[in-house]
Design a protein. Structure first.
Lengths: 312, 182
């Protein structure tokens, strides 16, 4: 299980004179539901397009599924990609879409696709454009999963969906990731998805990649990230002095300050300060507000934000 | 809402043999009825990590007798499909329950209850619940609101255990309980 589903080294993509993605180095291990998070224009779609072979790098390189070049026949067989807003051909019926996808791919599980659409109550003769937004998304997802991929790549899959459709869509994705080998071991599809929806992140993802201004800012297993950060609350006057641990982000009132620091539960808390565990949403927001801070795998890679850079 | 449904199912009595016997889910997504007497729910606002919520719900169901020896926990895939949560979260919860000695995994079948937390039988629990309801009525009559009742009960509970176990702290009592189970 030590295979990386996506591995990038110094990867960059330039459109004209603008770098959409720059010096991107990361390795996403198999067996995870990895979330790619970042503000608009951070390079999420660019990174995904490079990984599935829809774009060519301007610098560096990227491989998929343990070293395959993106776009190669083996890579295309192993990866299913659902583009932004889960597009379908509006004038084709669901049955036509199945037929088309079956003929465009070397592997296609027709029985799974038909059974799944029946279960979802999607009529095969209905034109895709006449289906609800949630049903269109489920149709696109069903076509992707029927290809029996080893990696499922989803670009902003739920942004346009209502809460119930969003829940059902993610349930299908996660159930595919959970296909059990045996109890205690997962043998399902690896998932990489980009998303703006921070609130659902903690439930859904167990691996986080945070992109900011075209660069990887945070990458790692969610459990490790949460275990290595603490929120310290204490007197504002002492906030600047606190520099024993790298400070990621400071929120300061007249008297009281909150410091997100890189520290574990075992690290000592300075007198007069309280330490609390942080949630994934809080952690992600703090990093998004501090594009200069980073938390990357490997010792000593976490950058120490200078007090002068810290926001008031 | 979900847990009520699950509890209801448990009450009508899915026998341990029946629960362990067969996988009744035939649908390809595995979303059909699970062969477990309980169903999980999530409280996003509780601040409790998701895997711990699952652990607590199993312990709660064991204490109240909704889960019995030999009962099967919902299959990982079914939990994932009904709550839309990460499968590794469910595995983590089930591993934690196994570490506590409460459950055991059977290869190819699922996870089953192998120890119980409820020290008293269901009829006795019902009687205790009735006397507690009586106390709540009295407290309400005396003008205590819900927060007041919780505070009073929690403080009395702490006093009770402190008096009984002398120097034993609350943390010590909790780990003692786990040892007793294993």
């Amino acid at each position: 299980m030590s295979m990386n589903v996506i591995e990038a080294t110094g990867l960059g993509k330039r459109y004209g004179s603008t770098w959409a993605l720059r010096e991107c180095t990361l390795a996403i291990p198999a067996g995870h539901v990895a979330a790619l998070v970042g503000p608009n224009g951070a390079g999420k779609t660019t990174l995904l397009n490079l990984a599935v072979g829809l774009a060519e790098p301007s610098a560096g390189g990227v491989t998929v599924l343990g070293g395959l070049p993106p776009g190669s026949p083996a890579a295309l067989d192993g990866i299913a990609f659902v583009a932004q807003d889960t597009p379908v051909y509006k004038n084709l019926s669901a049955a036509d879409m199945l037929h088309l996808t079956r003929n465009l791919n070397r592997r296609f599980d027709q029985r799974y696709a038909e059974a799944r659409l029946a279960e979802l109550g999607i009529p095969l003769n209905r034109k895709a454009g006449k289906l609800s937004g949630g049903q269109q998304a489920q149709l696109a997802l069903t076509l992707a999963l029927a290809r029996r991929p080893r990696l499922l790549v989803l670009d902003e899959p739920v942004a346009m969906l209502d809460p119930v459709a969003r829940h059902d869509f993610m349930a299908t994705v996660l159930a595919a990731a959970a296909a059990e080998k045996g109890e205690g071991e997962l043998g399902g599809v690896s998932v990489v998805l980009s998303s703006h929806v921070l609130t659902e992140l903690e439930r859904v993802a167990d691996y986080l990649i945070l992109l900011s201004q075209g660069r990887v800012q945070v990458a790692g297993e969610v459990d490790d990230l949460l275990a290595s950060h603490r929120m310290l609350t204490g007197p504002a006057a002492e906030a600047d002095k606190y520099a024993e641990r790298p400070v990621v982000h400071v929120r300061r009132g007249e008297a009281q300050a909150h410091l997100l620091v890189r520290a574990t539960a075992d690290d000592p808390v300075p007198p007069g300060w309280e330490a609390h565990p942080v949630g994934l949403e809080e952690l992600t927001l703090a990093y998004l507000r501090e594009p200069g801070a980073a938390a990357l795998p490997g010792p000593g890679r976490g950058r120490h934000t200078q007090p002068s850079e810290v926001t008031q | 809402m979900d847990i009520d449904k699950g509890i209801g199912k448990g009450r009508v009595g899915v026998s341990p043999a029946g629960a362990g016997g067969g996988d009744r889910s035939t649908a390809p997504s595995g979303r059909a009825t699970a062969a477990s007497p309980i169903e999980f729910r999530l409280d996003a606002a509780s601040g409790v990590p998701t895997y711990l919520q699952l652990v607590h719900q199993v312990e709660h169901a064991l204490r109240l007798g909704y889960l019995k020896l030999g009962d099967q926990l919902p299959k990982v895939r079914d939990v994932v499909a009904s709550l839309a949560i990460n499968p590794n979260t469910v595995l983590k919860a089930y591993k934690e329950l196994e570490t506590k000695g409460l459950t055991a995994g059977r290869p190819g079948q699922g996870t089953f209850i192998q120890a119980t937390l409820s020290q008293v039988a269901l009829p006795e629990l019902t009687a205790l619940r009735r006397s507690l309801l009586g106390w709540l009525g009295t407290a309400d009559g005396a003008g205590l609101d819900e927060d007041g009742m919780v505070a009073l009960f929690t403080s009395a509970l702490r006093d009770f255990y402190e008096r009984r176990s002398g120097s034993r702290t609350r943390g010590g009592a909790a780990s003692g309980e786990t040892e007793g189970v294993a």
